[in-house]
Every structure is written in C-alpha cells, then in structure tokens.
Design a protein around this ligand. Structure first.
Ligand code: ATP
Length: 200
C-alpha cells in the first residue's frame, strides 16, 4: 500500500492544504493519506496555536467526504514537540510493508535538510512537495537536487500554486475580514461558532 503522511499545524486548516492533498493524490495515487496535526510544531512559533481539540476537529471537517483521507491524533497524543522522524517511525512500525510518502509545501522542502534527523526521514519516506508560490519554483528544484544528492527521493507535484496561509487567515479574522474563500465551509462555520482567532 502507498500511504501519504501529511503533517502540519493546521491552525487553521485551509484550502491550500486541500490543494496539496489533491495534487499529492494525483502525483502519488496513494491508497490512504493521513493528516497528522502537530502538538507543538518544531519549526514554527506556537504562540497563536489553537487547542489540540480544535485543530483536530478543523482537520476532520476539512477532509470530510474524501475517501481514503483520515486524521491521526498520533502527534497530539505524544505531547511535546512533534518531530516528523518519530511520526514516520510509528507509521512504519504500524505498517512495515507500506511505501511511505511525506507531503509538504515548498517552504518546508526548502529547509528540509536542517530538520531533526533528515537522513532517517529520507530512509523512511519519499518526500512529495507541492509548490506554494511561483516564486519558490527554482528554490524547490535546487532543494530536490540537494536531497537526491544525499540519497533521498523527492517528487515535485505539477500544479498552479494556491497562495494561502494560516497566518493570513488568522490576521483576517482578527481584522474582522471574511475568510470564506480561503477555508472549507465547514471549517469557517466551526471557527465562527467557537469564536476562534478573534483575540490575541
Ligand atoms: P502558518 O501560516 O501558520 O505558518 P501554514 O499555512 O504554512 O501555517 P501549516 O499547517 O503549517 O500551514 O502547513 C502544513 C503543511 O502544508 C506544510 O508542509 C506547508 O508547507 C503546507 N502548505 C500550507 N499551505 C499551503 C499552500 N497554500 N500550498 C501548498 N502547501 C501548503
């Protein structure tokens, strides 16, 4: 089986995440894709992070109705900083026969070799990167070459980027601007109902 692991803060889940899921699905044709929200993301500030329960629920709402796509609470349950290498070790031990892929956007691929234990991650999984912004194109091509030179496998999806980030969405909510074009409808209804991101 081909299994794609897709980690992130999902603070909140947005249409850029869905675009990545769709493009990775086209490129890899996986049997399953598993979203794994981080408890504490190691590469980002956790200051404005909503609760584990809210982010898990937004992920579930964001992917509902997509067969083969699931949410795992593995990193949330683990507590502390969520290191990708341990997540991949876990899924590898769960399904040792599976071919694992790790999905990410261009900002992550560009810095991948400075992550915690990138060599082990490259042994465990093929990296799949979806471009977030046209301006990243040449940087992701050179990141792919550097990764391959170290023995890693890296696939770049072929798509028009959807420029969208959780940071922009949080700022829009704070300014009272609409976010309905940037997040799935069920997610915007949840944010509204729970009053998330209104106060800092
Ligand atoms: P923030 O703005 O809070 O830093 P983010 O929008 O980057 O958040 P994350 O949840 O941190 O969202 O991202 C999870 C993964 O999804 C990362 O690998 C990231 O590169 C990727 N990603 C996020 N937005 C996009 C997008 N618009 N297109 C492609 N990939 C994306």
């Amino acid at each position: 089986m081909k299994t794609v692991i897709f980690g992130g803060s999902f603070n909140p889940f947005h249409l850029g995440h869905l675009k990545l899921i769709d493009e990775v699905a086209k490129a890899v044709e996986p049997d399953r894709l598993i979203l794994v929200p981080a408890h504490i993301p190691p590469h980002k500030s956790a200051e404005e992070l909503m609760s584990d329960a809210d982010r898990l629920e937004m992920c579930r709402l964001g992917i509902s109705g997509r067969p083969g796509t699931e949410v795992s609470d593995f990193e949330i349950r683990g507590g502390g900083k969520s290191y990708t290498v341990y997540t991949l070790e876990y899924f590898h031990s769960l399904w040792p026969q599976d071919e694992l892929y790790f999905a990410m956007g261009s900002d992550m691929l560009i810095n991948f070799l400075s992550w915690f234990r990138p060599e082990r991650i490259m042994e465990l999984a093929t990296l799949v990167c979806n471009c977030r912004d046209e301006a990243d194109r040449s940087a992701i091509r050179s990141a792919k070459s550097r990764i391959e030179a170290k023995g890693g496998r890296c696939i770049l999806t072929n798509c028009d980027p959807l420029v969208c980030s959780s940071t922009d969405i949080r700022a829009k909510i704070e300014r009272g601007e609409p976010i309905t074009e940037l997040v799935p409808r069920a997610v915007s209804e949840y944010i509204e109902k729970r009053g998330l991101y209104r106060e800092r």
